[in-house]
Design a binder for this molecule. Sequence first.
Ligand code: BES
Ligand code: MN
Ligand code: ZN
Length: 509
Amino acid sequence: MPSTAAAAPVACVSAPLSAVDTDLLVVPCFDDENPSSVGGLDAATGGDIARAFASKEFTGKTFELFATTVTDPAWRARRLLLIGGGPSGAHRSELARQLAAAGGIAVQCRRAERAAFVLRGPGDVVEGAQAVAEGLTLSEFNAGTYKTRDAARPNAPAWTVVVTDQASDVVGRARTAADRGRLLAECSNLARELANEPGNTLTPREFARRAEALATGGGVEVEVLDEGRIAQLGMGLLLGVARGSSEPPRLLVFRHDPPGLPPGPVLGLVGKGITFDSGGISIKPADGMDRMKDDMAGGAAVACAMRAISLLQAPIRVVGVVPATENMPGGRAVKPGDILKSAAGKTVEILNTDAEGRLILGDGLWYAQQLGATHLVDVATLTGAIVVALGKTTSGVFGTPPEWVDHVCRVANRAGDRAWAMPLFDDYRDQLKSEIADFTNTGGRPAGAITAALFLKEFVNGRPWAHLDIAGTAWSEEARPYLPKGPSGVAVRTLAELAFTSGEWNFTA
Ligand code: BES
Ligand code: MN
Ligand code: ZN
């Protein structure tokens, strides 16, 4: 089960480094500064820092580590860990988040019980404190939940964020920001646990149960529709994808409706919830198919963002919709050439059963609008083509109007989910032409991520809509210092932070 139990908070203090009471003090140092000039570190370590700098054992290169002992008995910390921050000019909150995550992983390997991370470099202290709390919390994610032989991963330490030389009101705001960052990253970690869960345990029904538990636990109103209710709504696209599986589909519906809120915009979040994508009759090659257990990462992001939105009391109505099903090649599976009818009434000719995400999202987008959504964002591991276009670090953002897309991109990048706006010219729409139905479900290889987005656009009725294709970013295939192999939790913080920006939504579709 996802661990929804509240973890210890990340403390936040303002103190000189010598006064920080901790086992292991983590200090970022940049490659254009001499670390022996920082906060009395060199004297406190009996000259060890200057020695390491002179011998180039530590140069400040990004994520470089150097651990040593504090020998000065007047200092309260016993051990010191320098972490390289690269050029100091490049300091932004995203770097602070990554350094904290990398530092957090390194500290866990060193098995400290209490550790402190020092926020350094230019930039806003309050924003930085939130980013550091996020990074430290993200470092606690454990992907090895089913290991029975390896020793359990060492416990995460109790964390303190250290800000130096700050007025008490700034420290107060930094404290609030650290709490917010902790909560947001805990929700990211819950989404990672869901995405990491194998297809045999996380069936659509089990996904619904767990998402319901974690959202309800955060105060979100949750409704789970079964196959009967889904049929009543006429969701032929979701039912069509589900036909190939012996597991029934589910439709997860979340509502955040703060009491006493005057009428205003309703944010609609829609997430792809394919609990396993075999490709169906257009079956995928064996290589890498195991990864398709995470094809519900977008749906997990929506469920966990709803939890964060409710716990942080976002001052806006939000509805979340997650269509959940397997995509399997059973005897009753949808076949190439079949035609499905969507809840919105549009007909779709299925050319490739592996283009299933857009189908279930079509019905999901329709339902979010039925529930009153005025501004839409969907999140999906939708296309291999976006991985070709943007690689594994950046999500593609599509939609309309451009102001909404740019806004979502800005919020995403601030939240540490790198995102980039992609074009959505109508010219590409020709690739979806069908002789027999309203349109097809694939547009061939060219511009595959764009035609997928244009398919979704068919289900958006003239309101601001943004689509995040997270196929490249939901799962890290190679460990990075700040991100181990496995699920990344992408888009959780983006969606949650977006719910706090409605004051800026001064445009229409
Ligand atoms: N879930 C996949 C997309 C995907 C690919 C996610 C790689 C993560 C990593 C999606 O359902 C899919 O199969 N898309 C097809 C669409 C094609 C058949 C038009 C693709 O991208 O190949
Ligand atoms: Mn597929
Ligand atoms: Zn898929």
